[in-house]
Design a protein around this ligand. Structure first.
Ligand code: 1GP
Length: 229
């Protein structure tokens, strides 16, 4: 997974949302570095398999399943990203669901394909924030979580998640200053090339999700915006 160190841009597709074949092909051929399949609401195995089959036909970049529920894990992805929600108030979302899954499936798991992410969810209105019963950390809390992701848990990814809302670039900058080994992923509210550029100045990888469905042309332009840097 060393290639991940070269990534700049990732699209995140939601299996519960409709996307036309033309747009799906456009996403795959946009020059993005990888495609994550993930979401919080109405995620079903059928929805994931359907999107995976469509991606298989057109994608030449790595396809990743970001696991939000153990019931909806399907084989055949290049990688599996497993969020550990550092700012959840419940240990369940940081550790217990993972513990249960490993207890049950450890003989079937292939570790190099599984990548654990230290998640810090910073948009109180997002589904993920509410679903995982998170609290809103301030900048000092967030920096300390980044420190823990790298130095305590040795996680390959620290994910600043503003899902649905454009976040604070100065926070992202300060978080980046904390990290040397752990990669910084930023996701949330990126709709324009200039927003993509702004966040990419600090984050190693930017993740563009919802705007694929709301403003496709601009979303595609975010790839070139960060690749030009
Ligand atoms: C969501 O971080 C991603 O998990 C991307 O966020 O959908 O707001 O682009 P948006």
């Amino acid at each position: 997974m060393n290639k991940m160190r070269e990534w700049k841009h990732v699209f995140k597709l939601d299996p519960a949302k409709e996307i036309s074949s033309d747009h799906l092909k456009g996403v795959c051929e946009s020059g993005t570095d990888a495609i994550i399949v993930g979401g919080t609401d109405n995620i079903t195995e059928d929805g994931i398999i359907n999107l995976q089959e469509r991606l298989d036909k057109v994608s030449t970049v790595p396809c990743i399943l970001e696991v939000s529920s153990m019931e909806a894990i399907t084989p055949g992805f290049d990688y599996y990203f497993i969020p550990m929600v550092l700012n959840s108030k419940e240990k369940k979302w940081m550790m217990d669901v993972h513990h249960q899954a490993i207890k049950e499936y450890k003989d079937f798991l292939h570790y190099p394909e599984m990548i654990f992410e230290g998640y810090c969810i910073l948009n109180e209105d997002s589904k993920a924030f509410q679903y995982t019963n998170s609290y809103l950390p301030d900048i000092h809390d967030t920096i300390a979580y980044a420190y823990m992701a790298e130095h305590v848990f040795h996680l390959p990814i620290f994910y600043v998640e503003y899902s649905g809302m454009y976040g604070d670039p100065t926070l992202v900058k300060q978080v980046k200053n904390q990290l040397n080994e752990t990669l910084l992923f930023y996701g949330g509210g990126i709709e324009t090339p200039s927003q993509a550029k702004e966040m990419k100045q600090h984050a190693d990888v930017i993740v563009v999700g919802n705007s694929i469905y709301t403003n496709y042309e601009q979303a595609i332009e975010t790839v070139r915006a960060v690749k030009e840097n």
